[in-house]
Design a protein around this ligand. Sequence first.
Ligand code: GLU
Ligand code: MG
Length: 460
Amino acid sequence: MAARGSRRSSSPADRLIVLARRAGVRLVRFLYTDNGGVTRGKLTHVDGLGQRMADGIGLTLAMQAMNMLDQLTPVEDMGPVGEIRLVPDPTTFTVLPYAPHAAAMIVDMRQQDGTPWAACPRAFLKRQIAACAQAGYSLRAAFECEFMLATRNPDGSFALLDESLCFSTVGMTTSARVVDDIVAAFEAQGIEVDQFYPEYGHGQQEISIHHAPALAAADRQVYYRETVRGVAFNHGLYASLAPKPFPDQIGNGAHIHFSLWDRSGRRPSMHDPSDVHGLSRAGYHFIGGVLHHLPALLALTCPSFNSYRRLQPHHWSSAYTSWGPDNREASVRVPSPYRSDVAGTTNAELKASDASSNPYLALGGLLAAGLDGLRRGLSPGEPVLVDPGNLSEAERAARNIRRLPGALREALDNLEQDAVLTAALGPLLTRSFLAVKRREWESFSKEDVAYEVKHHFWKF
Ligand code: GLU
Ligand code: MG
């Protein structure tokens, strides 16, 4: 994604303009992701790029009070008066392989004086990254997304691409062309692909990408969603990363793989060869913090009404607070590392996460929770080596294994009560996020499943 320079130009902005012109770019998207998890933006013509990189593009404050149904929610200090600036981060510049003559950058939301706006999700993640550095660590992460490919019926409903079986070659065949194009589009944008397979659900795919430092990981999640939807659309297909776009099918996770490294990002800090599970003290404490805060953190990692249709016992999505080595029903799985690089591949995976999240809020929340675990030396408890859904209520209670919230409203109430997460978010972001999401909950809870699915299907 990083822009390659030209020897003649001086500033990063100049170099980008040269790059954009050489690629034939006409319009450049300035993209942000809002409290509703929706990526939105404004575009500048390439002729104005230099000026707009310096000044940003204006945006009404009220957009952070808008939910995923475009309902403007009353939030104090977010009315029709007042404006912020969308100022792009040049390191996120990418030419878009799925749109003609188009490029994109991810923006920070800044006040008129250039300082970060208190309701900017990307600034929130940056603050958590800085707090992590202060604690002596850095975090690398990757969102591991599943998504479904569908065609559209004449009545507007969606039909899944195939009825292929899990990991089956039939699924590889039916999706071969579009998946090849998606992988090519990732390559063109510098997003390194790890693996692909047809997943368990009909028409369901999983393409995993390399982990990256936390900020870049969140930026990549934005581009990932854009790319999958964009390339699919060009193939006459609709891609949905929504948590449960087809209620009778398995859900789509966007599991967050994360690992702690030293402050420089060069030395892995999650592994200890002397530990029975190969985890370091810091690793245990960080996971302990994530599990401790999970019932509230969920409001950030699984933040849509539809998210809670996915988080059911025995659906491999996780439904309880628990962790376990290679346990795919645990909310935090510790996958077996690769023998060729045990320390460098030791990581944990938060399964209670989906692609309806704002990745900056999800990852920032995960960092705030984990850092609290580090600070307080929290323990994740004993590993769970069975499906926690098969334990009795009494066994779960004895092991402090809690059922995750069953609805968005409950997760939002937990978030409001969580002093660590709300302090990290700050008052304006907390207030606006809760208001936007509560309005979503109210709207969807009055409607039926068809309405819910329709409105989640292709926003995410
Ligand atoms: N589709 C499952 C989910 O909703 C995950 C399956 C797996 O990759 O383990 O998270
Ligand atoms: Mg999967």
